[in-house]
Design a protein around this ligand. Structure first.
Ligand code: SAH
Length: 250
């Protein structure tokens, strides 16, 4: 049996109880070492065999799954956040279907939810927005809705943008097609990790602030008036942005 498990955003206590239990009984774990918190492996037993998928292609991942399943082992494929978002699980599931290998998916706390919790915001505020758009800037491979960030911005919905902080200036330019310059935006780097950073601003100044913090990867971009509660407004202009550091286990 293969389990695709959402590892959560980083904090090892933000995996589900079900996900943690599967890790405890896993014989084989495959995870992306660059994004998934390696401390989650502490839940595993001493005999577990762990693979970092960073250096593996799809076929190598499938071979490990196939060999594990054939010898009756419990195989865990750990994905960051929730596997259904930018997780590339579809191609793995399709391949397992062809091989006749059974699998189950255990959801996780996606990073867009973790980021909202760290900025203490609610995406759906009455009278502000009841819609959340989850998207990304088109990647190297292109996306089916490529070039549509401008179109999406016109809805003025709450927005969570994945995988795009490395091109924040481009993101901001496109967002300005719909949102006004003073729309609040927050960049949350490594939400719930000990080295988390939160940068708040508006479409006018966020790119510069994020450049100063040298955040180039691993961040959520949250945009929309939902970030603009009276409490946050008063903080926005005097503090500018805040850093948040906390110990690994609070
Ligand atoms: N399935 C994952 C997303 C995988 S794509 C999920 O549900 O969160 C990887 C991207 O997700 C990163 O480039 C970043 O944009 C975002 N991400 C993942 N973990 C994050 C975290 N702890 N804090 C901020 N962004 C994160």
């Amino acid at each position: 049996m293969v389990y695709f498990i959402g590892a959560g955003p980083g904090d090892v206590e933000l995996i589900t109880v079900k996900g943690m239990k599967r890790l405890q009984e896993a014989d084989v774990v495959i995870y992306a070492g660059s994004l998934v918190n390696a401390e989650l492996m502490a839940y595993c037993g001493p005999e577990v065999k762990v693979y970092d998928s960073a250096g593996m292609d799809l076929n190598e991942v499938l071979t490990v799954m196939q060999e594990g399943a054939a010898s009756g082992k419990t195989v865990v494929r750990l994905h960051t956040g929730d596997p259904s978002l930018y997780g590339t699980i579809k191609e793995q599931m399709d391949a397992l279907d062809k091989l006749g290998i059974q699998y189950e998916i255990i959801p996780g706390v996606s990073s867009f939810l973790a980021a909202a919790s760290r900025v203490k915001a609610e995406f759906t505020l009455p009278g502000v927005s009841q819609t959340l758009i989850i998207t990304r800037l088109e990647g190297r491979t292109g996306t089916s809705e490529g070039g549509k960030l401008e179109e999406l911005a016109k809805h003025k919905a709450s927005m969570a943008i994945f995988l795009s902080v490395q091109a924040l200036e481009k993101v901001v330019e496109r967002l300005k097609a719909g949102y006004s310059d003073d729309t609040p935006i927050a960049v949350v780097y490594k939400a719930t990790w000990p080295d988390e950073k939160i940068v708040r601003g508006t479409l006018k100044d966020i790119a510069e602030k994020v450049r100063e913090e040298k955040i180039e990867r691993f961040a959520q971009i949250l945009v929309g008036d939902f970030l603009n509660s009276a409490y946050e407004l008063s903080k926005l202009y005097d503090a500018g942005f805040s850093h948040m550091y906390r110990s690994a286990k609070e």
